[in-house]
Design a protein around this ligand. Structure first.
Ligand SMILES: [Zn+2]
Length: 263
């Protein structure tokens, strides 16, 4: 029986001469792997609809193992993501993370919406680093490792100057600083943004402009927190760090695609 679903392509690997195994994150059933027969051939009607990051409606025959993809209708091909190496690197990172932390066929409409909205914002050219930070903050509750952001993790007070303690898994006020010599110092802006990113309804995200040194603090907190608590090791994270190095030295590819992508 073929069933219709709304989905995002999160992985597509070649299988045999002409086929692909395509993994979708669906709104209806969570993650689903399917065999897409002939999809490797550019002439196949399944070729375009199985490109990574594509958002569409699909007809799928589910099974306990790998199901069958029958057909697809593209809602958004996320073309800008696929045409820009930096955007693709960030999108690959959040997609791989989603893939790693989810089990097959476990429905999670909240996570589907979060992934879709983040990819749409990336496709529209919003700040990639900020979007990745927001995604990482929100994934902490999905993974069941929420940080303590509402008050000091040690004394519970809400007033004070805060830093972040990996050991205590949350904010530390100035009175409790001594409990963690490895605490990460934070500006008031970073404290506010970490809370905002964790709680914000992503569909209400306006323009956010964040200073470079604030981004550095956010990265330091998230990167250490993930290393300590998530147990994730993502291939795309290393790639992301490499393309960020390219960006810093002004790799010209970025400007070409910014001018030429056209949405
Ligand atoms: Zn305290």
């Amino acid at each position: 029986m073929f069933e219709k679903c709304e989905a995002i392509v999160i992985r597509a690997i070649d299988y045999g001469e002409t086929n692909k195994i395509v993994t979708f994150f669906t709104r209806e059933w969570g993650k689903v792997a399917t065999m897409a027969r002939g999809a490797k051939k550019p002439s196949s009607r399944l070729s375009a609809v199985t490109q990574p990051f594509t958002h569409g409606y699909y007809l799928i025959q589910r099974s306990r193992g790998v199901g069958v993809l029958h057909q697809g209708d593209i809602i958004d091909s996320m073309r800008t993501i696929r045409e820009d190496i930096f955007t693709a690197a960030y999108a690959s990172y959040i997609v791989e993370m989603t893939d790693k932390v989810t089990e097959e066929q476990q429905r999670n409409p909240y996570l589907f919406e979060l992934l879709l909205q983040t990819l749409q914002y990336m496709n529209e050219g919003l700040d990639l680093e900020i979007l990745a930070c927001i995604y990482e903050m929100k994934m902490l509750s999905v993974m069941g490792i929420p940080p303590k952001l509402d008050h000091c993790a040690v004394c519970g007070r809400t007033e004070g100057k805060f830093s972040f303690s990996i050991k205590e898994a949350g904010f530390l006020c100035h009175r409790c600083e001594k409990t963690d010599p490895y605490r990460i110092p934070l500006s008031a802006a970073s404290v506010r943004l970490l809370r905002l990113f964790y709680y914000i309804d992503l569909s209400r995200l306006g323009t956010i402009s964040v200073k470079e040194e604030t981004k550095k603090e956010l990265r330091a907190v998230l990167s250490s927190y993930y290393d300590e608590y998530s147990g994730l090791s993502l291939k795309t994270k290393r790639f992301l760090m490499q393309v960020d190095e390219l960006k810093k030295i002004g790799y010209p590819y970025q400007n070409q695609t910014e001018n030429g992508s056209g949405g």
